[in-house]
Structure formats: structure tokens, C-alpha cells
Design a protein around this ligand. Structure first.
Ligand SMILES: NC(=O)c1ccc[n+]([C@@H]2O[C@H](COP(=O)([O-])OP(=O)(O)OC[C@H]3O[C@@H](n4cnc5c(N)ncnc54)[C@H](O)[C@@H]3O)[C@@H](O)[C@H]2O)c1
Length: 288
């Protein structure tokens, strides 16, 4: 395969990416692409992920990027992380939050019967953690004027996706935190956005019940097809770079056009086939 083009979009910038686990992770691809675009990179995850993921490999690929153990649901961890980051690298120009987790989804509890302790944990780990990262980055003066803060969202923040369960609530909160922080951060010319990504085969993604079907449906409904983690990382580079200086408080769809579609020809054809074939309808559970 030909070498990919790099544009030096992040030359002279420093940043930290929270949440890379393995090569499939969106955060992994973002860290790698940022490094290739010229940034000096740090990476962070919880202790277990640093033990069981391939994060050392990522660090090597990113020019021996420093690694920080940090549970983003713990104030003291996040505070210590930014202090240590500042000591080792100085303040940064961008922060990427690529973190999500729902115990309720892992255990496949129905939405009507959520475990509330886990529900609170979902909101804390997947949404409040963004608030916490921003808050401690500011307190430690660890983010530079003109910086960019980016998190990953999913369209279930705005529309119902049955099996996405309490993560839909977490993504709504995440996008709301982005709007609430926007004008406050703008006082230092710092911008904050989410990118709403297509379903992507990652550890977190494929843990969602029926993920394969969700992925296929979304692919058929997207004129450009689902976006991969690598393609997502490429888009992220523009949002971390100075090319998007005036973009803030946005939820930016990176989904092959999915979010603007009503119906696509392949989906209509499929539905037509099923509705006119009783046996097939029975097989896929549409007998009523
Ligand atoms: N995969 C998809 O289909 C998809 C689609 C849209 C958005 N997203 C979002 O992208 C982001 C990254 O997820 P991914 O799909 O790359 O999966 P992933 O499993 O590779 O990454 C999730 C990361 O969150 C980390 N994490 C969990 N709890 C944490 C905590 N307390 N503190 C710090 N880190 C913690 C995990 O260790 C893991 O590295 C998530 O916000 C996810 O919701 C994913």
C-alpha cells in the first residue's frame, strides 16, 4: 500500500490522548495520526488497560510517547496526571477524550431494569470524565491558549438506539458538557467539540449487543459507507489543528452521511424483499 500523505498539520504542537487500548481503538488511531502529523504525544489509560492492552507498542510507534496511568473517573488521578504531564512535557495544545464504558451494556441489562450504580458509573466514566479532564487541565494551567479539546460521540445522543442503552444518556450529557464549557473555554481561545463517529469495530463498540447488525444497517444507510477508526482519526487532525480555529461547541458528524439520510436504495430494496417474502420475514422475526 502506498505511504499515506502527511501534512504537518500538528507540527510544533503537543497533546495528550486518553483512551487508546489496542490498534482497533479510535484513540489509538488518533494518537498515531497526531504523531505522524508532527505532534509530540502523551497517552493515558487506566492501569488495567496499560497492563493488558498494547499501549507500550503505541508509545514506541509515537516516538516513545510518555504514558500516564489515570482513571478519568477519579479527581486525584486526573489532577496528578496533568501535574505529571506538565512536568514532563509542559502544557499541551490539545486534549483528546476517547473514553467510554457501560457495565449495564456489558451485562446486557434491559434499559427498564438498569443497575443504578452502574448507570451513574456510565455517566461518570463516559461523560463527566470529560468535564473532569477540562477542569483539571485548566486548574493546572496544562492547556495552552488557542488549544483544542475533542471527544468522541455517537448519534444515540439524539436518537433512540435500543441496544445502546445508558450510553445514549451518557452521550447526551457529553455533548451538553461540550456546549456548557464552550463559551468559558473561548475566553482563552480554547475550543471544544465532539465528533459523532459511525459504528466502529473496537473493544467498546463490539461489546454492544447486536453490534454486527447495527454496523451493517448503518453501512447500508450511509451513502459513503461507515467511517473507519483511521478515517475518524484523519478527520480529527483537522479539528486538532489551527485549520479549525473558529469551530467550537459542535457535534460534528463523521458517519458517511448517515445522520442526514431518510432512506437509501439498498435499505428500501432489503425491506421490500423481506416484506414480500413471508418465509424470510418469519426468519428475521418480522412475522407480525
Ligand atoms: N466504537 C464505536 O462504534 C464508537 C462509535 C462512536 C463513538 N465511539 C466512542 O469512541 C470512544 C472510544 O471508544 P472505542 O470505540 O475506541 O473503544 P475502546 O474500547 O478502544 O476505547 C475505550 C477506552 O476507554 C477506556 N476507559 C474505560 N474506563 C476508563 C476510565 N475510568 N478512565 C480512563 N479510561 C477509561 C478503556 O480502557 C478504553 O481504552 C468512546 O467514547 C466511544 O463511545 C465509539
Amino acid at each position: 500500500m502506498p505511504e499515506k500523505a502527511h501534512y504537518g498539520l500538528l507540527k510544533g504542537k503537543k497533546g495528550i490522548v486518553f483512551g487508546p487500548l489496542d490498534e482497533s481503538s479510535i484513540g489509538w488511531q488518533i494518537a498515531l495520526h497526531a504523531y505522524r502529523e508532527g505532534a509530540e504525544i502523551a497517552i493515558s489509560n487506566v492501569a488495567a488497560a496499560l497492563r493488558f492492552g498494547n499501549i507500550e507498542e503505541l508509545s514506541t510507534l509515537c516516538g516513545n510517547a510518555p504514558m500516564f496511568v489515570c482513571d478519568a473517573s477519579k479527581n486525584e488521578d486526573v489532577d496528578a496526571c496533568f501535574k505529571e504531564l506538565k512536568e514532563k512535557m509542559g502544557s499541551v495544545d490539545f486534549i483528546v477524550h476517547s473514553i467510554g464504558m457501560s457495565q449495564n451494556i456489558r451485562k446486557q441489562l434491559p434499559y427498564e431494569d438498569l443497575n443504578y450504580e452502574w448507570f451513574i458509573k456510565t455517566l461518570d466514566v463516559s461523560a463527566l470524565s470529560l468535564h473532569r479532564l477540562v477542569s483539571y487541565a485548566l486548574k493546572n494551567e496544562a492547556i495552552n491558549k488557542g488549544g483544542s479539546i475533542l471527544s468522541l460521540s455517537y448519534i444515540a445522543s439524539q436518537r433512540n438506539y435500543w441496544t445502546y442503552s445508558d450510553m445514549g444518556d451518557a452521550k447526551s450529557l457529553l455533548e451538553s458538557i461540550v456546549r456548557s464549557y464552550g463559551p468559558r473555554l473561548a475566553r482563552q481561545a480554547i475550543r471544544i467539540n465532539t465528533i459523532s463517529q459511525s459504528p466502529t469495530y473496537t473493544k467498546a463498540g463490539s461489546g454492544i449487543p447486536g453490534f454486527e447488525k447495527m454496523y451493517e444497517y448503518s453501512d447500508l444507510m450511509s451513502p459513503l459507507g461507515n467511517a473507519s477508526a483511521e478515517e475518524c482519526a484523519e478527520y480529527c487532525m483537522t479539528i486538532l489543528s489551527d485549520l479549525s480555529r473558529k469551530v467550537t461547541m459542535q457535534n460534528l458528524f463523521h458517519d458517511g452521511g448517515y445522520s442526514s439520510m431518510g432512506a437509501t436504495i439498498p435499505m428500501i430494496k432489503l425491506a421490500h424483499e423481506v416484506l414480500n417474502d413471508k418465509e424470510l420475514a418469519l426468519r428475521v422475526g418480522l412475522d407480525e
